[in-house]
Design a protein around this ligand. Structure first.
Ligand code: HAM
Length: 497
């Protein structure tokens, strides 16, 4: 007997079960509706990519790349016709063992191949063959049998990769893409923070960096949040300059931070060297008064960046969008230039950012593509839904409309037929697979949250008139099959059924 083991979802991952999954589907469908009304189209991206894509885009010094990625070596997908190739190779058992122990048999190799290699070699081989075997092994190694792959921690890098790969700059206008799906980061799980979490993102890529693009993207985001009932939100915006003005500011910041280094914690001390801007992100209470006195980027933007930021604010005002400027909003990913933003929501504790984004002009170029401007955001679905629920704004979704309480063998064929018709009319219907006592059947209808019970007994079949019971107020009506369909359909259109 195998050991009885209780499998559980991996820490930081979870199952989204009904009825919650219906709320998730509604949330995602609303995003599709809103984004498509702004002429965005969906892109479905792979869940994993080459590790280097993320390292290069997000930056090797970021927390995401340096600590949080799920990286694995792919098993080789080249299968060598091994026994034929080894025929000429003659090596002693010891030579193979030594190569193994010295780690010269590539660890990326498919296990089956490795076992064959060793097994075969150990059988028959003499001393002189050892170098040939090792040459063979290194040839296998050079075939690059295992790529380093990573489960995507975010999707902006993938969108840029796809933009280049499919030559999307050749299409008319800007590429306006959205995506929905899971992301993976090995963070410490807590409320609103998971290792597999879900994002809905949107990106605009193309030749123009007009501030109206930034503003319209933010408008779309806030229209969506409003539509899904995410109300107590705050939009924070900032400009972090570009390659012309930011380097000088970063150096200034580094110099100022050096002066106060002793009063900072170890993380911030390390960041003085690796990425001084990230010190501004610190949440440590003792560091706050020090950070408040640091030079602010707004005083160090070049003319173009200052003009871009000022136009963005005009564009937001034009659209009646409220925002708070936050000079410390630098974001945790390296690809940003100019506009950065975040939206926070109520009811979430410390993990209260429900959306983050910004410009990343130059990222496509960094990945080997043509000069391209880009801006986008990603909404955290897990947190947004949590906040909607905590605010009591989750909608009541339709759920189960009709429970068919049938009794008697003669009623069953009619129950099957009518159930199918109701479902074809778009109603959610539950048909019990076995006959039940009337009381028990209605009790179950209640527990399942059905809005109506349709009672089909042998008498009803004989008279072709069925009893529809409204389970909320116990009101009953007798209806013919046609009237029943009509009644329930009109209820559904009025979104009551
Ligand atoms: P991000 O700020 O890393 O940006 O993530 C965006 C949102 O994803 C966060 O505001 C949060 O709601 C959610 N999120 C992040 N990590 C977790 C987690 N461990 N558990 C639950 N939710 C999480 C990006 O990912 C960028 N790609 C956004 C972007 C798009 N910038 C430009 N285009």
């Amino acid at each position: 007997m195998p050991e009885r083991k209780q499998f559980r979802a991996i820490k930081g991952t979870r199952d989204i079960l009904p009825p919650d999954s219906a709320l998730w589907n509604w949330f995602e469908q609303t995003a599709r509706d809103v984004f498509e009304s702004y002429n965005f189209g969906e892109v479905r991206l792979p869940m994993f990519e080459e590790t280097e894509l993320f390292a290069r885009s997000i930056g090797v010094e970021t927390d995401v790349v340096s600590k949080e990625m799920y990286t694995f070596e792919d098993r080789g997908n080249i299968h060598v016709g091994f026994p034929e190739t080894i025929e000429e190779v003659l090596v002693s058992n010891e030579a193979v063992q030594a190569a193994w122990q010295a780690g010269r048999i590539p660890h990326t190799m498919d296990n089956e191949l490795r076992v064959n290699l060793i097994g075969h070699a150990c059988g028959s081989i003499s001393e002189e063959g050892a170098p040939a075997l090792l040459r063979f092994i290194s040839a296998l190694h050079a075939l690059d049998l295992g790529d380093s792959l990573t489960l995507r921690p975010e999707a902006t890098a993938s969108v840029c990769r796809a933009y280049i790969e499919h030559n999307l700059q050749a299409l008319p206008g800007n590429a306006k893409l959205y995506y929905i799906g899971p992301m993976f980061r090995r963070e410490r799980p807590q409320k609103g923070r998971y290792r597999q979490f879900y994002q809905i993102g949107a990106e605009v890529l193309g030749a123009s960096d007009a501030p109206a693009i930034d503003a319209e993207l933010l408008e779309m985001l806030l229209v969506f949040f409003h539509r899904v009932g995410l109300r107590r939100t705050t939009l924070y915006i900032n400009s972090i300059g570009d390659k012309n003005c930011r380097p000088a500011y970063v150096e200034l910041l580094r110099a100022e931070l050096q002066k106060v280094k002793d009063r900072l914690g170890p993380d911030s001390q390390r960041r003085i060297e690796t990425n001084p801007l990230r010190v501004l992100d610190s949440k440590i209470p003792e560091e706050q008064p020090i950070i408040e006195k640091l030079p602010r980027i707004s005083g160090h933007l070049c003319d173009d960046c200052r003009a871009h930021f000022s136009k963005l604010k005009d564009e937001l005002n034009l659209r009646g969008i409220e925002y708070v400027e936050n000079w410390r909003l630098v974001r945790g990913l390296d690809y940003y230039t100019r506009t950065t933003f975040e939206v926070t929501a109520a009811g979430l504790g410390s993990q209260n950012a429900v959306c983050g984004g910004g410009r990343y002009d130059g990222l496509v170029e960094l990945l080997g593509g043509p000069p391209t401007k880009g801006i986008g955001f990603a909404i955290g679905t897990d947190r947004s839904i949590l906040s909607i629920e905590e605010g009591g704004n989750a909608p009541k979704l339709a759920g189960l409309a009709v429970y068919v309480a049938w009794m008697g063998p003669a009623a069953y064929p009619a129950a099957v037929r009518i159930t199918r018709k109701l479902r074809e009319a778009g109603l959610t219907v539950e048909l019990p697979p076995e006959e039940m006592k009337f009381k028990k059947s209605l009790g179950l209808a209640d527990k399942l949250g059905a809005r109506y019970a349709l009672i089909i007994g042998e008498d009803e079949v004989a008279s072709a008139s069925y009893t529809l019971k409204n389970l909320a107020d116990a009101e009953q009506r007798k209806l013919s099959e046609n009237d029943l369909l009509e009644y329930l359909e009109s209820e559904r259109r009025g979104s009551r059924a």
